[in-house]
Write a protein that binds this ligand. Structure first.
Ligand code: THU
Length: 130
């Protein structure tokens, strides 16, 4: 994984709005257009209305015009190699393929990667939504 993706995920930590959990998370997606879209978690006083760093990054990717996730890096300030939560796995899978790499990072860089298929085996899929 190129360092620019890690640097973007780490830089995103500074934008985390997490006054309730005190658990800043940063994410950075490389889109199929080659651009990097970063995001941080944004919490809300009404707890269920907050959202994750990956979700922010996906939103920025879609509104930036990219269609697919080439790779993504995730970093949490307090938990090395933090993996995306269940809801984010589903959201990521909408725009990723089974071989898309998710880079798990610590403070110094990416330490491990997992594929989308490893993160979300037996993902929900149907051709009946018409
Ligand atoms: N969080 C993320 O941003 N991404 C994840 O994949 C795991 C959890 C955030 C949500 C919440 O703001 C905080 O971490 C604690 O759960």
């Amino acid at each position: 994984m190129a360092k620019d993706l890690f640097d973007a995920a780490k830089a995103a930590l500074a934008f985390s709005h997490s006054p309730y959990s005190h658990f800043p998370v940063g994410a950075a997606i490389r889109g199929d257009d080659g651009h990097i879209y970063s995001g941080a978690n944004i919490e809300n006083m009404a707890f269920p209305d907050g959202w994750c760093a990956e979700t922010t990054a996906i939103s920025r990717m879609i509104m930036g015009g990219a269609k697919r996730i080439a790779e993504i890096a995730v970093i949490a300030e307090k938990t090395p190699l933090c993996t995306p939560c269940g809801g984010c796995r589903q959201k990521l899978s909408e725009f990723a393929g089974p071989d898309t790499r998710i880079w798990l990072c610590d403070d110094t860089g990416p330490q491990r990667s997992v594929t989308m298929a490893e993160l979300l085996p037996a993902a929900f899929a149907t051709d009946k939504l018409t």
